[in-house]
Design a protein around this ligand. Structure first.
Ligand code: F6P
Length: 360
């Protein structure tokens, strides 16, 4: 069984479906296979910053149906970078040493951090500074963590966006409207592209492909000329206007809160074509709810593999999904660049092959 270990697990950054399924898998693998102790850190790194550190013991059997529960029972945050932590007096303070001390106070042998590229970069910096044994698990509905084809939460989010398109077809057709669906994806258009194809959208606008309004309107006209009385447009929240501006709802700390490009495009389409438009902004419904079966498989596989990495003493690595297999990669590689939609991707070719307008 090897040497006894006490490992921690935390969720960091925006929540998504499948996080509790990872916690379950980690707890099962670590306690049943290896006989280790597992503790869940509450509130991401804030739990390690608190005194005493805030955690929940997962060594004992848990009673909740974690596999199917949305959100994260550990809590999380996507603000409060510990290296520049916002203090009540408005100043920024480096609180990294408090987190590192929290890890050592808990006598942890290793920490599993579930996060997107931003969180994994912060956790890695902490791990390097404080001698923490870190293993990463990628999660984000945006699916833009580098070195992995899939991140936890994406499949659920893209299924929700697909279902929204399924529903919009009928109401759009009944009223002869152009329906715009705005979906999330901070820097990458994976949700828009995948849901757009699966949900039968006629126009898909991605941040990776600047759009030409003329082309968008041409597609609407073309459909009309073919006797199709409605058009579905899916637009990623990170798409810029024709003049290259990002549409935001203001700022949250140092981060822009995206939102509003759907309404902007709807107004522009109405101006140009006279079409009646309506906008649906899916927002956080894409992050909530029970995880899809695919996300449960990914979460379970990643959780088991992350514990096995610790058993093998392989730290500073992230579990990743490649060709339906779990592999591991250096965290440094995964966080180097976020993974945008590759314009040579099969799905981009598929969309074009289907006659879907990508705005260019
Ligand atoms: O990164 C995940 C994500 O859901 C993005 O798609 C979105 O832009 C952002 O987080 C929203 O963040 P918040 O929950 O802070 O509004």
């Amino acid at each position: 069984m090897g040497e006894h270990k006490r490992i921690g697990i935390l969720t960091s950054g925006g929540d998504c479906a499948g996080l509790n399924a990872v916690i379950r898998a980690v707890a099962s693998r670590a306690t049943l296979t290896y006989g280790w102790e597992v503790i869940g850190i509450l509130g991401a790194t804030a739990g390690l910053m608190s005194r005493p550190p805030q955690y929940r013991d997962f060594t004992l059997p848990h009673t909740e149906p974690l596999l199917i529960m949305g959100g994260t029972i550990l809590g999380t945050t996507n603000k409060g970078n510990p290296f520049a932590f916002p203090m009540p007096d408005g100043s920024l303070k480096d609180r990294s040493e408090e987190i590192i001390e929290g890890y050592h106070l808990l006598n942890l042998d290793a920490l599993i951090g579930i996060g997107g590229d931003g969180s994994l970069a912060i956790l890695r910096k902490l791990a390097q500074q404080g001698g923490m044994n870190l293993v990463g698990i990628p999660k984000t509905i945006d699916n833009d963590v580098g070195s992995t084809e899939r991140s936890i939460g994406f499949d659920t989010a893209f299924s929700i966006a697909t279902e929204a398109l399924d529903r919009l077809h009928f109401t759009a057709a009944s009223h002869s409207r152009v329906m715009i669906l705005e979906v999330m994806g901070r820097d990458a258009g994976h949700i828009a592209l995948n849901a757009g194809i699966a949900g039968g959208a006629h126009i898909i606008l991605l941040p990776e492909i600047p759009y030409d309004l003329e082309k968008v309107c041409e597609k609407i006209h073309e459909r009309k000329n073919l006797g199709r009385n409605y058009t579905l447009v899916v637009v990623s929240e990170a798409v810029c206007t024709e003049t290259g501006e990002t549409v935001t709802q203001g700022w949250q700390g140092e981060q822009r809160r995206l939102g509003g490009i759907g309404q902007y495009i709807a107004n522009r389409i109405t101006e140009k074509t006279g079409a009646e438009t309506r906008v649906t902004v899916l927002g956080h419904t894409q992050r909530g709810g029970i995880p899809s079966p695919e996300d449960r498989l990914l979460a379970s596989s990643f959780g088991v593999a992350a514990v096995d990495l610790i058993a093998a003493g392989q730290y500073d690595r992230m579990v990743a999904w490649k060709n339906r297999e779990v592999v591991s990669v250096p965290i440094a590689d995964a966080i180097k660049d976020y993974r945008a939609v590759d314009l040579n991707d099969t799905l981009v070719k598929t969309a074009r092959g289907l006659g879907i307008c990508l705005g260019d």
